[in-house]
Design a protein around this ligand. Structure first.
Ligand code: SF4
Ligand code: SF4
Length: 443
């Protein structure tokens, strides 16, 4: 059962706004050459240009077959490769997110999505409790494997397309907060840490490492309690109401006047706060609008922060490291394509001295995760992920580092499917392991 939420006047207003952006597309087709989905399907309607042509006839096609339009729009990783390559500056990400919102507003959300987004995700305390409960029972469906990823038990494995799942942490990061908040810093600068769902609930060690590294560099780390999701999963599902609710929830907890910088260790959270919030949050007041803009200005990916603010420099010693592991790096789409962050993680890796760095071929290609795309189109996600695994293997690395917990989950699953023992880590884990004793101070 679905409900229709958006009234016709709002719908037509949003469609007209969409039309203006659609008109910017010259149909040049450059986006075709960078689309990871097109690379595995060869289907023009999967490319940004194909979707934009669909949207240009939206007024007609939408009322004739809204479900068909929705299905076509859902076949997209929201990786941003098309937006980064577009010579006309068409903001395809905002376009697709807005279009998904229009269609979900007209068709309504399914009961499952309403339950997940409206009842659970947009109520952070409920979400925390549900995930804590799930972490206690996950041993019933997950079994340990000798490859570096959790794997499904036989009962649910076929239902999950034999995925290798990263298990939920038994103790999420927010439960460790008394030891982590309000750490003093010698720099006099205060850094707010937006933790994000996956670092909190799946990779709390990465969050701990980030807190320790920032402290070692002399920053006071502020970790407001009761943080919520950045809202992107809801927005990607077209649930604008839950996105707005989560953005407001977080804005109430992150007052930009109380910190100098905001950092995250998740590529998607950084892109959301820096780019998507200013474009898509319907601010409730001029004050909230100003807060969104201020937070966006102050937001850094943690590796970018270490290089641009803390003054971390490459060691230049990597080639001389003998006997250490070979490390390669996967560029998360939301860092490289949306935020143009690619040199900084490599500098942090170099500074860590954790091993010999070898660039993989096509390091900037998508891993195939795409959030809910992985859930809905696992076959396509896997086809894209297998190409990434071939790139990792070509590097000869025993460790692949990245800067996004969602990419970590996908890479671990894809490598495990090939029975490959390459270890997947966050760059900050390597940096924390290797430099904490000798961290330099801020610039
Ligand atoms: S690259 Fe940009 S202008 Fe060219 S077809 Fe794609 S979206 Fe349109
Ligand atoms: S966002 Fe990525 S997957 Fe979607 S159309 Fe653009 S390049 Fe293709």
């Amino acid at each position: 059962m679905k409900t229709k939420k958006m009234n016709m006047r709002d719908l037509i207003r949003l469609m007209k706004a969409l039309d203006r952006e659609v008109a910017n597309c010259s149909r040049c087709g450059i986006c075709q050459s960078v689309c990871p989905l097109y690379a595995v399907t060869g289907d023009e309607s999967d490319v940004a240009r194909g979707k934009i042509m669909l949207l240009s006839g939206l007024m007609t096609s939408f009322f004739e077959n809204p479900h068909g339009v929705r299905q076509r729009l859902d076949r997209c990783l929201l990786c941003g490769a098309c937006a980064a390559a577009c010579p006309r500056g068409v903001n395809t990400l905002e376009l697709f997110l807005t279009a998904r919102g229009i269609i979900a507003g007209y068709e309504g959300l399914s009961l499952v999505k309403k339950l997940i987004f409206r009842r659970i995700l947009s109520n952070p305390r409920v979400f925390d409790r549900v995930m804590e409960w799930a972490s206690r029972w996950q041993s019933l469906v997950l079994k340990k494997s000798d490859i570096p990823a959790g794997s499904c038990g036989t009962l649910v494995s076929p239902l999950l397309s034999h995925r290798h799942l990263a298990p939920l942490a038994m103790v999420p990061f927010h439960k460790m907060l008394p030891e982590q908040t309000q750490l003093p810093g010698r720099s006099g600068m205060r850094v707010a840490f937006f933790v994000g769902c996956l670092l909190d609930k799946v990779f709390p060690k990465v969050a701990i490492d980030i807190g320790r590294v920032l402290t070692a560099h002399g920053f006071q780390v502020i970790i407001p309690p009761d943080q919520g999701c950045c809202g992107i999963p809801a927005l990607a599902a077209g649930d604008q109401a839950s996105f707005q609710r989560l953005a407001s929830h977080n804005l109430d907890r992150f007052d930009p006047l109380t910190f100098d910088f905001l950092v995250t260790g998740c590529a998607t959270c950084t892109a959301a706060i820096k780019k998507i919030w200013p474009a898509m949050v319907n601010a409730a007041s001029p004050d909230q609008s100003a807060a969104v803009a201020r937070i966006s200005e102050k937001t850094y990916d943690v590796m970018q922060f270490l290089v641009e603010v803390a003054g971390v420099r490459p060691s230049g010693q990597e080639r001389e490291i003998v006997g250490g592991p070979i490390i390669t790096y996967h560029d998360p789409c939301h860092l490289r394509k949306t935020l143009n962050i690619s040199s900084q993680p490599r500098i942090v890796l170099s500074a860590s001295g954790a091993g010999r760095f070898v660039e993989m071929p096509d390091a900037g290609s998508c891993c195939g995760m795409g959030g809910s795309f992985n859930l809905a189109h696992y076959d396509l996600s896997t086809a894209i992920g297998e190409k990434k695994v071939a790139c990792i293997e070509a590097s000869g690395a025993s460790i692949v580092a990245t800067g996004c917990p969602a990419c970590m989950i996908q890479l671990a699953d894809m490598l495990a499917r090939q029975k490959d023992h390459v270890q997947v880590v966050h760059v900050m884990e390597l940096y924390a392991e290797n430099i904490l004793e000798s961290a330099p101070g801020p610039k």
